[in-house]
Design a binder for this molecule. Sequence first.
Ligand code: SAM
Length: 534
Amino acid sequence: MAKKLFIETHGCQMNEYDSSRMADLLGEHQALELTERPEEADVILLNTCSIREKAQDRVFSQLGRWRELKLQNPGLVIGVGGCVASQEGAAIRERAPYVDVVFGPQTLHRLPEMIDAARTTQQPQVDISFPEIEKFDRLPEPRVDGPNAFVSVMEGCSKYCAFCVVPYTRGEEVSRPLVDVLGEILHLAENGVREVTLLGQNVNGYRGDAGAGRIADFAELLHAVAAIDGIERIRYTTSHPLEFSDAIIQAHAEIPKLVKYLHLPVQSGSDRILAAMKRNHTALEYKSRIRKLKAAVPDICISSDFIVGFPGETEQDFAQTMKLIEEVGFDFSYSFVYSARPGTPAADLADDTPEEVKKQRLAILQQRLNQQGFENSRRMVGSVQRILVSDYSKKDPGMLQGRTENNRVVNFRSSNPRLIGQFVDVHIDEALPHSLRGPLVAAASDGAPARRPSPAPRDLSSIGRLSPSGPCGYSSSIPPAERRPTEDLERTPGTPSLYPGTLRSTPLRQPLRTVRRAPAPDRTAPGHRDPQPR
Ligand code: SAM
């Protein structure tokens, strides 16, 4: 009987992507098959997240539950990866001595050897180094599972926001070469993937080796991906405002395959707090970027991340965040109470706001955002939306579901599983708090899952448009006094489309390499201080 692998994933989409790559790797090298039942697994992996304390706490309670399995089956290998592993290293075993393997986000490709070594030596294996040259070079082709796929294009973070552990757990920003990213997406497209989500901690900070000594920026990458035959929709997450260049705005205007949806974390609407967070931009500069984007793509929906209760946040600071939320008209957010992370500069800041007050602020913020999102959903009632059908509805097997360009789940009644993997048009009849519903209008392609539907042109008046400004129209938001050009956060000259044609074959696969943006600092060197953002 085939040996079984169970993976539990905590945290972000980057972790989900990493977990799927671990499954590919261990499937190829150790013939391990995925199971949903830890009790029947031969290898159990926990891919952890340390972005907030709560996420970190979950690690040891989860490991505690698996301790019993190890007692019953001493041959079981338990591995811990991800950001908590990177942060804690061998110390994980002090609290959970039955853990056999500890690996970091940049050493997951070494899992087959580490598992073998743990088995043969009966000794724990710990490797949380940052050998970023290797990782993508040693991973197999990704397995295709449905019409949507994640593709990691860069990793790590060099922004050093005062609250964030990512630069310390995942290392500095590293981009994959352009040719490698395109090779992976071509492979996915040839195997029926229609929508890709480009991933990175600051994905729009992509700077990939484009050959001949040239570096491709994120706008160039978007144009190149859009030229791949079969890929009909492109999403990306998550972005940093400092990297949201004019060239990317132009790409949004020029590339119909790029969804009319942007996730651009802002964290706070108060300049004082933004400065304390070391975000290096003001609220006005953020709005200026959004204003420019809305001028290029009027009905684009914007979502964001917020941290509530950062040390020193006053009622006035919070009021400024609420003001920004209304002005921009955010459609959705990931929002959390600030969680002090050991080793980050903000962990040393005095914080006298009671936890209860922080929780109340978060509830107010989330209620407002839910309301705005729901209002946008209601504006979509009566429109026809093109969705990529991904699966059966979670609640009703008589329904199928997919997502709109602006990332809303749509459920529609159908008994035709051949629609999974295709674009269809649905007439939106009903807006629910977390989804939309309506009858199928037409399939946008002919039923063969691997074939390409005609792309949805931007100017089809019936598709996704109700009014000139669409569901997330920017009509109300920014006060006229602020509607004036401001300094760009970063001036990047407009990138002309380098890929006007369509890529069809796979001549691009080359030896895989990664490109650093900056040499990694030696944090152990005497007198070392992490670089302060501009
Ligand atoms: N590109 C993003 C940006 O501009 O910040 C980085 C995304 S970060 C990896 C994921 C999100 O986790 C952040 O946007 C922030 O809202 C949240 N986060 C990070 N550190 C946090 C902390 N210490 N407490 C609460 N939330 C935190």
